[in-house]
Ligand binder design. Structure first.
Ligand SMILES: *Cc1c(COP(=O)(O)O)cnc(C)c1O
Length: 369
């Protein structure tokens, strides 16, 4: 049996912060400081134990309460949405547009107008930069400002991605990133909240550490959470941040590899930036297979590669199609549904070797011929 080629594994070179062996007490604030420098000191950062926790805290800071409505991109991983339900609020799902596969600004505005007509103003918008591709963030931000609705950017998959040179996660009121094992850099598990003010940062740290009031004894007047990142993982994060650019380069190289591989294949499109304003980290390389042209489906490719022990996976199943959210409303057409039907994620990890690439290209070429 050939060794497994996985969808999104990270390069093994895990560089630890030297301090880890001496004193890990300050690693968390040092890591936050490194991230703030990464964001050109224009944002405050709170290191947490997951990206999901970061979304939860962003929604609390945005003032989301029970029975509120929160607008969310439908085409995403379930973690973007679950925190809405943790708070007893309800999601309203929005379709994607075909250039970036992210939230469609037209469908967003249509939903807001209709909700306002019904006397129900949504309290926040969660936009996702899926697969590392920046959303049409300028247009989405303009809508959030026009209607005075808070904007949360889920940049869990988009660390290193930019729109017009500005980093994903720094456009809205809040951004979140993830350091989960499959992401572009990893602390094995972890995440961070990106916010604008010291006050928001302090509030997030307070909520993430069981909401302890100032007193000699343990005093609590609010509901808190155990969401803080550990110092050891923060120390790993500091080392990982140093290899971020390398990892982005390697992932973009994989994307280029697939562009070359499929360049003469009619009916197979490699997902790429539609304009120079967009710089994707190409966290995962994805293709769309139009079976009316190719004569075979994405599942035919998936099964063939699986026989070679090469992992691929259909694109995210939209949230408005998920049984757990079957009562939620949805605005849009069938862009995300179509992507789910026809799209496939290909092995994109930063640790893939030339040998792995040869295996992938041999398997795909033999399938295509
Ligand atoms: C990974 C991911 C998250 C959640 O991050 P965790 O650190 O795993 O909690 C949220 N949104 C998207 C789009 C993700 O891919």
């Amino acid at each position: 049996m050939k060794a497994r080629i996985a969808l999104s594994s990270s390069r093994a070179s895990l560089k630890l912060d030297k301090e880890i062996f001496l004193n890990t007490n300050n690693s968390i604030s040092n890591f936050e400081n490194d991230l703030e420098v990464y964001y050109n000191n224009k944002r405050k950062v709170v290191a947490l134990n997951s990206g999901t926790a970061a979304i939860h805290l962003a929604l609390i800071l945005a003032g989301i309460e029970k029975n509120d409505l929160v607008i969310c991109q439908s085409f995403t991983f379930v973690a973007s949405v679950n925190p809405i339900l943790y708070l007893g609020a309800s999601p309203v799902f929005i379709d994607s547009e075909k250039d970036t596969w992210n939230m469609c600004p037209l469908a967003l505005e249509e939903s807001i107008k209709e909700l306002l007509l019904n006397g129900k103003k949504p309290k926040a918008i969660i936009v996702v930069h899926l697969y590392g591709m920046p959303a049409k963030i300028e247009e989405l931000l303009a809508i959030s400002l026009k209607y005075d609705i808070k904007l949360v950017e889920d940049a869990a998959e988009a660390l290193g991605a930019t729109y017009k040179g500005q980093k994903c996660g720094t456009f809205g009121d809040f951004g979140i990133i993830s350091f989960n094992g499959n992401k572009i850099i990893s602390t094995s598990g972890g995440g961070a909240l990106v916010c604008k003010t010291k006050k928001e940062k302090n509030k997030a740290i307070f909520l993430a550490t069981q909401a302890r009031d100032e007193a000699a004894h343990y005093q609590h007047s609010q509901l808190g959470y155990n969401y803080r990142m550990s110092n050891i993982l923060a120390s790993i994060g500091r080392g990982q941040l140093e290899v971020l650019d390398d990892h982005v380069r390697l992932r973009r190289d994989m994307h280029h590899f697939y562009q070359e591989l499929f360049k003469n294949s009619k009916g197979i499109t490699v997902f790429t930036e539609h304009s120079k304003d967009y710089f994707s980290n190409h966290w995962l390389s994805c293709i769309v297979v139009d079976d009316s042209i190719t004569g075979f489906t994405r599942d035919d490719i998936r099964i063939k590669l699986s026989e070679e022990n090469i992992e691929t996976r259909p694109l995210w199943k939209p949230m408005h199609m998920q049984p757990v959210f079957n009562h939620a409303s949805y605005y849009g057409n069938n862009i995300a549904e179509n992507l789910f039907k026809k799209g496939l994620c290909l092995p994109s990890g930063s640790n893939l070797t030339e040998k792995d690439k040869n295996r992938i290209s041999t398997a795909i070429k033999s399938f295509l011929s």
